[in-house]
Every structure is written in C-alpha cells, then in structure tokens.
Design a protein around this ligand. Structure first.
Ligand code: GDP
Ligand code: IMO
Ligand code: MG
Length: 430
C-alpha cells in the first residue's frame, strides 16, 4: 500500500512545490514539513487568489488536512503568528487540532537574523534570504540552540539563551553593528509569542507514527531543492539543511520505511536565486532572449525576498544526480507553459571540463564546466491543459526525453499556476 509520499524540489528551489503539495493534499490526511524555515516561499493559486506561505505547510487550504511542522524545521515564532493570523482572517481554520508543531523545532530569534545579515555584508556572502536560517541551524549543530519546548521552563531557557546571545552580540559589535536588540526585551517578546503557540506543540514522531500505522495518508513537504542541500548541493552556495527526501524521515521522526513513494519536482527550465554556480544560466550571452523570456513569462521573482531569479535551460545532468540522491520513484514537471512560443528549446545532456566530455555532476568545480546542449523543437500554447492529449506533440517529446535520460516516469505535469492546471499520468496514492 502506498499511503505516504515525499515531495522534494530537485533543482535550486521554487520548482512549484506548494502547488503540487496543494494538489496532493486533497487526497491525504496530513501534510508534514521536515526542514528549512521561512526562507521558503510557497505559492498556491486558487480561483485567481494567491496565497504565499513561508512556514505553514501547503496543505492548509484543504479543510480535512492536518498540517505538521516537523522537528527538522527552524522556527520563527513571529513569522508563524503573522502567517497564522493572516490565514485566520481569511476564514482558514488554523487551530491546534489542524496545525501542529514539533516541540523540538529550533527557534530563530532576532539575533540570528542579525548574524545572518551581518555575514551577508562580509566576504563570505552567498546571497541568503536573511531570515536567520544558517545561524539557527549552526547553533543546533553547536549545541547552543533552543528547542521551542524548552520555553515551557522560562527561567532556564532564558539563562541558556542569554549566554548564546551575549556571544553573538560581542561578535556583532566587533563587526561594527550597532542595532543590537536588548536581551530582556527580546526574550520577553519571545515568551509572549511562545504562550500563543504552546497549544500547537506535539511530539511529531509519536503523532505521525501512530497515524501512519492507522493507515492515514501523509505527504512530506520539502522546502528548497536538492541542489541547495547542505551535503550534496553546490556548497557553500546552499541552505543550511538537508533538503533531500531521506531527511523527511529524520525531520519528522518517522523511520525511512514510512516513506513509500518519492516524488521529485522540476521545472521545464531552471532558476536560481542567490549566488553560486549555474552552468545553464542564460541571463546573458547568445541565449539571453530565452532567459529573459523565462523570467518574464514565468514571473520569476522570489516569493520570499522579491529578488529576480536567474533563469536558464533544463539541466538533465543535474536532474539525474538529483534522481539518484533522492531515490526518486517518479518526477513531477512544472511550468512547461512558460516555454510555449520559443522556437527551439535546449536541455543540458553533458558538461565539458578541460576539453573532456562528462555526464557526471561534479562535486567540485561546477563553476568551470561548460554545458553541452541538445536542442529540441519548441511548442505552442498549453497553459491550463488538463489531459495528456491536450499537449502538443513537441511537448510530449520533451517529456519523453527527460524520462529516457533520468530513467524515471513523469507522473504529474503542472500546466499553469492554478490549482486545477494539472495533468495526472499516474495516481500515486492507493
Ligand atoms: P515553491 O517554492 O517550489 O513552492 O515555488 P514558488 O511558489 O516559490 O514559485 C513557483 C511559482 O510558479 C509560483 O508563482 C507558482 O504560482 C507558479 N507555478 C507553479 N506551477 C506552475 C506552472 O506549471 N506554470 C506556471 N506558469 N506557473 C506555475
Ligand atoms: P523554496 O522552498 C529558492 C537560497 C537562497 C540562498 C541560499 C541560502 O521556496 O523553494 P538561506 O536563507 O537558506 O540561508 O539561503 O538558499 N534559498 C532558496 N532559493 N527557494 C527557496 O525556498 C530557498 N530557500 C533558500 O536564495 O541562495
Ligand atoms: Mg519558493
């Protein structure tokens, strides 16, 4: 029986994960996020109304779905309350019975954001979202972090946080930062926020294991994408968590055998926001027009920071690597409609490094490879297609090319931003 599915982005994020999660959420009981924080920007469009989520799982718009924020997430209490209130004012039920948070999430405090932003002014800048993600995961690994459940014992939590705060404040002062918050005020605000959140706290491991055993259907929602993974992404231009499917288990407290189907989502082209190597980028050079086409028609601006996303062709070498790393069973494909109207479409099928051709995605020196392209025919309009036969022949051919290269089936095709713009080739859940 396939009752659980993991969805991960298999590029550099923003593949359209929220849309696919929202689609899957209509068939499941639970949606659980397992990593990242409010560096994510997840967009769902229903009847022209756009919802952008940063922390709350993308199943929230379906009444019957319980949403869980797993232990692998880093958690900004202020952002959560703001997001919750916004949804509540639109009539969405976001009470503790359908929105649950692991008591083990590590808390992002304002000082973490300051450290993140100060680092971004230095030579070690990588183009983060400035949300304090790296410093919070850093504290977790350094064993300095505060898990939200610790705030139940306010006095000891305060003392623990004070030491960490003072260390960070000294470092910030050394860098010449002057706007350092007052510790007492920061803690009191945090504690007030915690009191409003406390009733949402659970042990996500107990909850999810019991539900899965009962036969409840669960979608594990990934944030960011495989090429931003802290271990296998384009380090150091990565995020600070493991973004791959295997972390869905660790980041929620279930065993790996509870992950039944692994689905990876890619756009029909590639985008990246932030710094770092991107072999098939075409924002300049001979294919600049195509890059600008993707940016404009795909509306490629970050949902979190509003930054322009860099655009380029689909990279099948990277996709094959991501297929392996995630152990994908199948692929979902988004945004083919954005390429409609381009005469020729390119895909990367190999790299050239020092005159040698290779089909391997390298662990080092990605900035030095030259992409080798294969050209395929473009296609006409397909936005909103709901049946496979509605796809132009050239678009079907493009999908086959991906499938033969990565040796996995494309099971879902998103053909527009709207919830119902979707072609289902295979039903994933029993
Ligand atoms: P996520 O971070 O992976 O959830 O993706 P984002 O929400 O950051 O960015 C994806 C953007 O593409 C959003 O604006 C979606 O509404 C939009 N989108 C998703 N799928 C499609 C699609 O198939 N076609 C088009 N044109 N837009 C899409
Ligand atoms: P979703 O879930 C795209 C990128 C940042 C930066 C790097 C590190 O919407 O796909 P961080 O703030 O995490 O320390 O930044 O990772 N990044 C994303 N890019 N989509 C995201 O999330 C991202 N989350 C982080 O731009 O390059
Ligand atoms: Mg996004």
């Amino acid at each position: 029986m396939t009752t659980t599915v993991v969805l991960t982005g298999i590029q550099w994020g923003d593949e359209g994960k929220a849309k696919v999660i929202d689609y899957l959420a209509s068939q499941v009981n639970i949606v659980a996020r397992f990593q990242g924080g409010n560096n994510a920007g997840h967009t769902i469009v229903v009847g022209g109304e756009k919802t952008v989520l940063h922390l709350i799982p993308s199943g929230v718009l379906h009444r019957q779905t319980v949403n869980v924020i797993g232990n692998g997430v880093v958690f900004d209490m202020g952002v959560f309350l703001e997001e919750k209130n916004k949804l509540q004012s639109r009539g969405v039920d976001v009470g503790p019975s359908r929105l649950k948070i692991s008591e083990l999430v590590h808390v992002i405090f304002p000082i973490h954001r300051l450290v993140d932003r100060a680092r971004e002014k230095s030579k070690t800048k990588i183009g983060t979202t400035g949300r304090g993600i790296g410093p919070t995961y850093g504290d977790k690994a350094m064993r300095l972090g505060l898990r939200i459940g610790e705030l139940r014992e306010a006095t000891s939590a305060k003392e623990k946080l004070r030491l960490n705060f003072e260390e960070k404040a000294r470092w910030l002062k050394d860098l010449g930062e002057t706007e350092i918050p007052n510790f007492e005020e920061m803690f009191e605000t945090g504690l007030m926020q915690f009191r409003q959140i406390e009733s949402h706290l659970i042990d996500s491991s107990d909850y999810l294991n019991a539900e899965i055993e009962k036969g409840s259907r669960v979608v594990f929602e990934g944030a960011q994408g495989t090429l931003l993974d802290i271990d296998y992404g384009t380090y150091p231009y990565v995020t600070s968590s493991n973004t791959m499917s295997s972390f869905a288990a660790c980041g929620t407290g279930v065993g790996p055998k509870s992950l039944h189907y692994i689905l990876g989502l890619t756009k029909a082209y590639t985008t990246r926001v932030g710094d770092g190597p991107f072999p098939s980028e075409c924002m300049s050079g001979p294919d600049q027009k195509a890059g600008e086409w993707m940016a404009k028609n795909g509306n490629e601006f970050g949902s979190t920071t509003g930054r322009a996303r860099r655009c380029g062709w689909l990279d099948l070498v990277a996709l094959r690597r991501a297929t392996q790393l995630n152990g994908l069973d199948g692929l979902a494909l988004s945004k083919m409609d954005v390429l409609s109207g381009l005469e020729k479409i390119k895909v990367v099928t190999a790299y050239e490094l020092n005159g040698t051709r290779s089909e391997i995605f390298p662990n080092f020196g990605l900035d030095k490879v030259k992409p080798i392209y294969e050209e395929v025919e473009g296609w006409g309009a397909l936005q909103g297609a709901r049946k496979e036969n509605d796809l132009p022949k050239a678009a079907q051919e493009f999908i086959r090319r991906i499938e033969t290269f990565v040796k996995r089936p494309v099971v879902l095709i998103s053909t527009g931003p709207e919830r119902d713009d979707m072609i289902v080739r295979k039903k994933i859940l029993d």
